[in-house]
Design a protein around this ligand. Structure first.
Ligand code: ZN
Length: 211
């Protein structure tokens, strides 16, 4: 059976409930207002990174923490809507960022992410691990480390060479784990893989053990 839009939206809705995410799809009329507000807030906080990512929301999805216990706003890019699998991978990626916010404290997380290239490397590598685990489960394929590093080395993330090397090591670990049919130790990756096994077992193309 094929991974349909219906399944992808069910997955996203369940993840949203589990994580208290507010998903804003590209055709949502409030999106423009949210982006303008977020850009203003990012500028005021001097968060150049977040501010510079925001104009490119056709290509890049973003997870914006709303504050303690209020969950996160996920602004889904137009690119993420290009197929049900890409949408699902994106939700797992952004769901990981929300989990990081809960773990580190929302403000602390946003601050670290905005100012530290190393923190960005770690958080993005973890989010990509969830993304890759979903991709493998649904397609049986795992991307090579270089294609992930190409995305991380692009203008979106403003990473130093050292941070990129750190992210490279972490992504390589995730890829090797997947090649050995073990889900990377990222809670959203496990949640996502388990959801697919539970609700759409006939869509599983690649097996990953989650414990
Ligand atoms: Zn990310």
């Amino acid at each position: 059976m094929e991974w349909t839009w219906e399944l992808a939206h069910r997955f996203a809705n369940d993840l949203a409930i589990d994580r208290n995410l507010h998903i804003v799809l590209p055709d949502n009329p409030i999106r423009k207002a949210v982006i303008a507000g977020a850009r203003f807030a990012a500028d005021r906080a001097g968060m150049l990174i977040v501010g510079s990512v925001l104009p490119d929301l056709s290509r890049v999805s973003v997870c914006l923490p709303l504050g303690h216990n209020d969950g996160s706003l996920v602004l889904v890019s137009e690119y993420a809507m290009s197929s049900p699998i890409i949408f699902t991978k994106t939700m797992a990626h952004e769901g990981t960022h929300d989990h990081q916010s809960d773990r580190n404290g929302h403000l602390r997380n946003a601050w670290d992410y905005g100012i530290s290239s190393e923190a960005r490397a770690q958080r993005e590598a973890e989010a990509y691990a969830a993304d890759l685990a979903v991709e493998f489960t649904l397609t049986g394929q795992v991307r090579d480390v270089h294609s992930v590093l190409q995305a991380l080395g692009g203008p979106t993330y403003h990473m130093s060479q050292g941070s990129l090397a750190l992210a490279g090591g972490l992504v390589k670990g995730a890829v090797e784990s997947i090649q050995n049919n073990v889900c990377p130790p990222v809670s959203t990756a496990k949640w996502s893989v388990e959801w697919i096994h539970k609700y759409a077992p006939e869509c599983v193309r690649g097996e990953l053990v989650t414990r």
